[in-house]
Structure formats: C-alpha cells, structure tokens
Design a protein around this ligand. Structure first.
Ligand SMILES: [Zn+2]
Length: 70
C-alpha cells in the first residue's frame, strides 16, 4: 500500500498560541485585547487574567509574547 498522504517536506514553523508566554514574568500569554488598551496599536496579547504583558518598550507599546521553549 503506497498511499502518499500529506507529508510535507518543508515543515513550516508554526507557533502554537498555547505556547506563548510573557517574556518578563513568563506567565501564559493569550491573544486578547487587554482592558484599557487603545483602539490603535492594540497589543493583542495579555496575561491569562487579562492584564497587559509586563514589559513595554520605549514607545509604550506592549511587548510581544515569546514562545515557550520546552
Ligand atoms: Zn508578565
């Protein structure tokens, strides 16, 4: 039986949203608009409890969550 089901040779790097954490406190980060976030420049990520991620850059933008490295 030679059923060639999908076996991609180039596996695209896929970041599982479940593997994102806050780079500062290393708590889970979820795709969520934190309370109090402006319409523009919406961070788009928050802690599980809905608070913004800890770190902000100089422009006051929220940091991007990082991927958990197992
Ligand atoms: Zn944090």
């Amino acid at each position: 039986m030679t059923s060639s089901t999908a076996t991609p040779e180039t596996v695209e790097r896929y970041v599982d949203p479940d593997d994102l954490i806050c780079p500062c406190c290393r708590e889970r980060a979820v795709e969520l608009v934190p309370a109090g976030a402006g319409v523009d420049g919406v961070p788009g990520f928050a802690h599980l409890d809905g608070s913004t991620l800890c770190g902000t850059d100089r422009a006051g933008c929220n940091v991007e969550p990082v991927e958990v490295i197992q």
